[in-house]
Write a protein that binds this ligand. Structure first.
Ligand code: ASP
Length: 273
């Protein structure tokens, strides 16, 4: 049994200092929303936190998503449970208000792990997931400062179960059809009750090439969260010159975060803290 814990991030990047307060405020509101839900389990906590961040214009997810080279939003999201390693994800979806809701539906359906494009849209319609006009994302970005990065949350509930959820608009100006690490278990997120859980933010290609979140979770079986987070970001930098951030949480003890960009918005809470 672990003590409950929650850590959330609103992306690692190089935002100017003047823009950091709004992303930090959104992350702290998400922490509150997630913590308020944690009695309902780790999944409830990460969903509450990520859904709230998908509504926060300063963050690069949902409403605040950055746009691709064609000026359109293509959104990725993922969710995973540590007890039975179930995972669900969506890539390059265009008309969902909360892409993380569809990732959860994919996981709960259980047949597949990752749905993209038109098939994902059809599954969303089948499951009654909230749709929206893709123009909403374009309008939300008009005149707004560039958003921070991906959002994510990792939780451990009082029963010792772990969950992770992540959502992103990807990288501004990306090639249409590009899918990053965020909907790829092992790369952008991973959870295993036997070891821990992790969520990444940064240039997704680097997280895919290093399968960084799975690597971090494997290490959480033997090492403390703070050490694992630092080692993971060090590995990303050393092996491929990658940049980004990681939030991690083990079976016991407090969560931890590490990043090698100028800034990462994040917040955490754990029982006993
Ligand atoms: N990892 C995300 C992606 O590459 C972007 C980010 O975290 O900023 O799609």
């Amino acid at each position: 049994m672990g003590r409950a814990a929650l850590i959330v991030h609103g992306g690692a990047g190089d935002r100017p200092a003047a823009q950091r307060a709004s992303s930090q405020a959104a992350v702290e509101a998400a922490l509150e929303a997630g913590w308020a839900a944690i009695a309902g389990g780790a999944l409830a906590a990460v969903m509450a936190a990520v859904r709230l961040m998908e509504d926060a214009p300063p963050l690069n997810a949902g409403l605040g998503a950055c746009l691709n080279a064609d000026g359109e939003a293509e959104l990725d999201a993922g969710v995973m449970l540590g007890d039975d390693l179930r995972a669900g994800a969506v890539g390059a979806v265009r008309d969902l208000r909360h892409p993380v809701d569809l990732a959860r539906a994919v996981m709960e359906d259980g047949r597949h792990v990752l749905l993209v494009g038109e098939g994902a849209a059809r599954f969303a319609a089948e499951r009654g997931i909230e749709r929206c006009d893709p123009a909403l994302f374009v309008a939300a970005r008009a005149g707004a400062p560039p958003p921070a990065d991906t959002v994510g949350a990792v939780a451990r509930d009082a029963g010792g179960h772990l969950a992770v959820a992540v959502s992103t608009g990807g990288i501004a100006g990306k090639r249409p059809g590009r899918v990053g690490d965020s909907p790829l278990p092992g790369a952008g997120f991973y959870a295993d009750d036997e070891a821990g859980a992790a969520c990444g933010t940064g240039v997704g290609e680097g997280f895919i090439r290093t399968v960084l979140c799975h690597r971090a979770v494997e290490r959480l079986a033997a090492s403390a969260a703070a050490e694992v987070a630092e080692e993971g970001i060090g590995h990303l930098a050393r092996r491929i010159g990658g940049r980004g951030g990681l939030i991690v949480l083990g079976r016991q003890g407090p969560p931890a975060a590490a990043w090698n960009t100028a800034h990462m918005a994040w917040a955490m809470r754990h029982e006993g803290s």
